[in-house]
Ligand binder design. Structure first.
Ligand code: HEM
Length: 456
């Protein structure tokens, strides 16, 4: 793509309709269907009215996305695009800050996600999966069905809390998970409804305040305990506590620590849990893939628990995770706000434009994916991936703001899937109608009810 400065550029194509109200309602209610429709009708770049004179520019051309997220990322702000989350995560955590303060915090957090550190977390991850297998024996004995997303949230919350903050949440996991679920439900609802301010004591407001309060108390207690103990646990929290501002020499405030911890806990568990849930679902719908994965696990592990060293032998299992995130990317789009007038794909992008690159749409782009709706893990073999542009697949986004936890998540998802699949087949209940719903992350609406069968 070339920049043609000084030449008056074309307006991106898009519908002329959408009176004052524009597509806001649809955006809020079912943005995925709207995005797919806009892509089918207008192609790789589309401009449509959200509300009044607020327009959305959706980019589905991998090179245009590369330009926005990587090559010219400094012209596309993220913080303004994540305002909704501020009431939960605060405005001082990695997800909600931009500019120099973001860079400083990102550099501070980066060592916690270093390859060797992540490798050392493998035994803890499989231990969490083993504990789940043990608990599931009760379901097996009683031949009882259960809700799977909840179970996956439990494991991933336990893993991220122990990995980054050295805390054991096995006993609190249900409560914390429920509090996160309830706050996210509120935030999603607030996107499509005009809500009374939080101080108005409606039932919904009270429930939200209560759940958020519970999470806040949990996080501030963790900070206080660690400040009092002075112990260096070598985890992310210790790194944050030891950090000093190079100009002022000051450490991070409790509020800043709170925002970082909440961000990591939320970003680090929801996404991996939904990926695992969709992977189980897709496997149940594709018995030949399930069979192949079982064979790989058997031949690589012969019945034992996987280790970090086993990962290169679990390539098909890993491709299942990749293909799951193609069809059900946990965060379905990457939003940005354009800072100064720009050009993408030969079209004008004005300052303050609301940008979105939807992984849900691009992961179904027929120019890069044959039979896009089909589940086909082998799309991710090195041979078949070789010619695909980098931004035809971006579940973790890309460029400087790409997900800091991507290697962590991929290793975790592969190990958890392999550990549990070594013992059980997961079978959704036949009357469970599965509909994907965006509730911050892309989840099966109402959860996924399953029963398990022991593998012989
Ligand atoms: C399947 C799992 C995951 C997916 C699909 C995912 C996806 C994403 C995406 C799309 C972004 C936004 C990037 C952008 O706006 O350009 C992001 C950011 C982030 N993710 Fe993840 N994520 C996952 C797991 C994790 C884990 C396990 C952690 C932590 C342990 C984590 C921590 C973060 C943080 C802190 C950010 C903000 C990074 C920054 O702005 O510097 N994520 N993630």
């Amino acid at each position: 793509m070339t920049q043609t400065k000084g030449v008056s550029l074309k307006e991106a194509p898009g519908p002329q309709d959408g009176a004052f109200g524009g597509y806001m309602r649809e955006l809020q209610r079912d943005s995925l269907s709207l995005f797919m429709r806009m892509f089918r009708e207008y192609g790789d770049i589309v401009r449509f009215r959200a509300l009044g004179n607020i327009y959305v520019y959706m980019i589905s051309d991998p090179d245009g996305i590369d330009y926005m997220l990587r090559r010219n990322s400094q012209n596309y702000a993220r913080a303004t695009a994540h305002k909704t989350f501020e009431s939960l995560l605060g405005n001082e955590g990695l997800l909600t800050i931009d500019g120099p303060s973001w860079l400083r915090q990102r550099r501070l957090a980066q060592p916690a996600f270093h390859r060797q550190r992540i490798a050392a977390l493998a035994p803890m991850m499989t231990r969490a999966a083993e504990q789940t297998v043990q608990r599931w024996q009760e379901y097996e004995n009683r031949q009882e069905s259960f809700e799977l997303l909840h179970e996956m949230m439990r494991i991933t919350l336990q893993i991220v809390a122990e990995a980054l903050f050295s805390i054991d949440v096995t006993r609190d996991a249900d409560q914390i998970g429920a509090a996160f679920g309830s706050t996210l439900g509120y935030l999603q609802h607030s996107l499509s409804h005009i809500m009374p301010p939080l101080f108005v004591p409606t039932r919904r407001n009270r429930e939200y305040q209560e759940a958020r309060g519970q999470l806040d108390r949990f996080v501030y207690k963790l900070i206080a305990e660690r400040r009092n103990s002075d112990e260096d646990k070598g985890d992310l929290l210790s790194m944050f506590l030891q950090a000093r501002d190079s100009d002022t020499g000051e450490g991070m405030s409790d509020k800043q620590l709170h925002d970082e911890i909440m961000t990591m806990l939320l970003a680090g568990h929801e996404t991996t849990a939904t990926t695992l849930t969709w992977a189980w679902y897709l496997l149940s719908q594709h018995p030949e893939s399930e069979q192949r994965m079982h064979e790989e696990i058997e031949s690589a592990l012969s019945g034992r628990t996987p280790t970090f060293e086993d990962l290169p032998k679990l390539t098909y299992t890993r491709m299942i995770i990749d293909e799951t995130m193609r069809l059900y990317p946990p965060t379905t789009g990457v939003p940005r706000t354009c800072i100064a007038d720009d050009e993408i794909c030969g079209y004008r992008i004005p300052a303050r434009a609301n940008m979105v690159a939807s992984s849900y749409v691009v992961h179904r782009h027929p120019a890069y994916w044959e039979h896009p709706e089909q589940f086909d893990p082998e799309r991710f073999t090195p041979e078949r991936s070789a010619d695909r542009p980098q931004f035809a697949y971006f579940p973790f986004s890309g460029g400087p703001r790409q997900c800091i936890g991507n290697s962590f998540a991929l290793m975790e998802a592969t190990l958890v899937l392999a550990t549990i699949a070594g013992r059980y087949r997961v079978c959704p209940l036949p009357d469970n109608q599965v509909i994907a719903e965006q509730l911050v992350t892309l989840r099966p609406r109402g959860g996924l009810f399953v029963h398990i069968e022991p593998r012989s």
